[in-house]
Design a protein around this ligand. Structure first.
Ligand SMILES: [Zn+2]
Length: 200
């Protein structure tokens, strides 16, 4: 291949994206270069905007624009009494698109077993979740972590962390296949898992 460091670097970066290897990275890059005006330039601008303006909310963990209040946890017009706890933003998006749940989300950004460092509780915004339950008059916390060992360990840990708040805690029904990830569940599975959730 030609020796173009810019392209080599880009191949390395794009190969790190989910589902892409060096071969598909090369195809993507050629497509972009062959469509400078329609794809490459707007994409570069857009990535710059995302880098500058989009960040993780430090209260609820979802994505927010840093120019605006978070539309998940800081919108005072919303008067929900439920919080749905998920591992990742892709899980939030999957549940939103199924329309089964009306309420706030809390996005952990991983599981308790992702690392052994003592900051994990802080990273997963668990103290923030406790504060939200107390301050926003939350009546129910729905644990919608994955049906994996890590997801279930995390659910148990959160249940334990919330025990002094007296909030009702429920967990999605085992309609989810064992080892199932929320984000890859279809709408029907998610809807039945929510409807059949059980109290803990
Ligand atoms: Zn937020």
């Amino acid at each position: 291949m030609q020796n173009l460091p810019e392209i080599d670097n880009l191949i390395k970066l794009i190969s790190k994206l989910p589902g892409l290897g060096p071969k598909s990275a090369k195809r993507i890059i050629l497509k972009m270069i062959n469509n400078r005006k329609e794809i490459l330039k707007p994409l570069a601008n857009n990535l710059g905007e995302v880098l500058k303006n989009i960040e993780r909310c430090t209260i609820c963990g979802t994505l927010k624009s840093n120019n605006h209040p978070c539309n998940n946890c800081e919108d005072k017009n919303k008067k929900y009494n439920k919080i749905c706890v998920v591992e990742n933003i892709s899980d939030q998006w999957a549940i939103e698109s199924s329309s089964i749940f009306q309420g706030y989300y809390h996005i952990l950004g991983g599981t308790i077993s992702d690392s052994n460092n003592s900051n994990n509780r802080e990273n997963l915004l668990i103290n923030s979740l406790i504060e939200r339950v107390k301050n926003d008059n939350i009546e129910e916390v729905i644990l919608a972590t994955s049906a994996t060992v890590e997801g279930q360990t995390t659910a148990f840990y959160i249940q334990d962390s919330l025990k002094n708040t007296n909030v009702k805690i429920s967990k999605l029904a085992q309609g989810l296949p064992v080892g199932g990830e929320i984000e890859s569940s279809d709408d029907g599975t998610l809807i039945s898992a929510f409807k059949n959730r059980r109290d803990l």
